[in-house]
Design a binder for this molecule. Structure first.
Ligand SMILES: [Zn+2]
Ligand SMILES: [Zn+2]
Length: 360
């Protein structure tokens, strides 16, 4: 029996399709039949040749946001990460990476394990072949967090759990949102919108969202934003005045950067109150000044932290249970209509916007 995958052969090139035999499933592993995969902003960065630190083995199967059902269950696999029994046919969400548990980062309790992608996007010609989301199957190795999906949650809603949603939850948890905080979210892509809704649920007093796309700003309101600002209509000075005006002259408690542009980080620091917190989710965009952030501020934020690494634990209970409780959030509107794998030759029919405050 064989399965199809879409192959990435190099930057900006058409995807090609290949078939590989379904692999034998190890006793601690799972072969997933993929129901749905998303095209995340990171996938577009990879396709365009960006993404420092991303796996570059070729030919390879890209994609990481996905959901599916257990097609073959390893003999020793009994339950998911919450102890729920697993059987073939169960729908599951899962992390596409896993920490090694042995390196200095792991031993110090950080999720920034440099070996965490060792099973993702490796050479597709080597078994078990199915190492990314853009295929009919995906091979889950021992150590990758697995969570059974309740029947009431659709594939559409669950597919971004292992990236966009869990990164938002993990990052806001790391920052430590406090009751009544004012947040500025720079960028109303998938992550920024989820962060808006999650922050409100965590007790944020007001969330102010920046973007330049009117449809995204409208969506941000439906995700709970108290105020949206179109960066094409209000310049940086005006944005700062609005944020300080709405915080009694103090500045935002937290700024979240979901854009992937260094200038957004710099602006975000200027929007903070004294000793406010800022963190970056959108950090893949290359540029000559990506390593230099010119800070002309006395706000003294805590050191800027990038959130390229996510605790795989965020993929389990918190994300799934939050989705179950967030029925009023129009998550379905985040996604364009799906298209079948066999008809796609590029990773996305959507052009990747070059300007900041775009789709992430
Ligand atoms: Zn993603
Ligand atoms: Zn490690």
């Amino acid at each position: 029996m064989k399965g199809k995958v879409a192959i990435y052969a190099g930057p900006m090139t058409d995807m090609e399709f290949r078939e590989y035999p379904l692999p034998e499933v190890g006793p601690d592993d799972i072969l997933v039949k993929i129901h749905r995969a998303n095209i995340c902003g990171s996938d577009l960065h990879i396709w365009r040749g960006h993404g420092p630190g991303m796996p570059r083995r070729r030919p390879t199967v890209p994609g990481h946001e996905m959901v599916g059902e257990i097609f073959r269950l390893g003999k020793k696999v009994r339950s998911d990460c919450l102890g729920q029994p697993l059987k073939e046919g169960d729908r599951i969400a899962y992390a596409y990476f896993s920490a090694c548990g042995l390196c200095p980062a792991c031993l110090n309790g950080s999720p920034a394990c440099p070996n965490r992608y060792r099973n993702w996007m490796q050479d597709a010609n080597e078994p078990p072949h199915f190492r990314g989301a853009y295929g009919e199957y995906y091979y889950l190795h021992k150590g990758q967090t697995v969570c059974k999906i309740p029947d009431e949650l659709s594939d559409e809603i669950v597919a971004p759990v292992n990236c966009a949603l869990c990164e938002s939850i993990y990052g806001l948890d790391q920052i430590g949102i406090r009751l009544g905080d004012t947040l500025v979210i720079q960028g109303a892509g998938g992550l920024g919108l989820y962060a808006t809704a999650v922050a409100k649920d965590m007790g944020a007093g007001q969330v102010i969202v920046f973007d330049r796309l009117p449809d995204r700003l409208e969506l941000a309101k439906e995700f709970g934003a108290d105020l949206v600002i179109n960066v094409d209509q209000v310049d940086e000075k005006g944005r700062r005045e609005i944020v300080f005006d709405r915080t009694l002259g103090q500045g935002a408690d937290v700024v979240g950067e979901f854009v992937g542009a260094p200038q957004a980080v710099e602006e975000g620091i200027r929007l903070l109150r004294q000793a406010g917190d800022t963190s970056g989710w959108g950090t893949s965009r290359p540029g000559p000044d990506r390593t230099l952030i010119r800070v002309r501020s006395f706000a003294a934020p805590k050191p800027f932290g990038g959130l390229r690494c996510t605790n795989p634990g965020s993929c389990r209970g918190p994300s799934i249970s939050w989705l179950g409780d967030a029925a009023s959030i129009p998550s379905k509107r985040l996604f364009p209509p799906p298209f079948p794998l066999r008809k796609s030759t590029k990773p996305s029919p959507l052009p990747m916007r070059e300007r900041p405050y775009g789709f992430l």
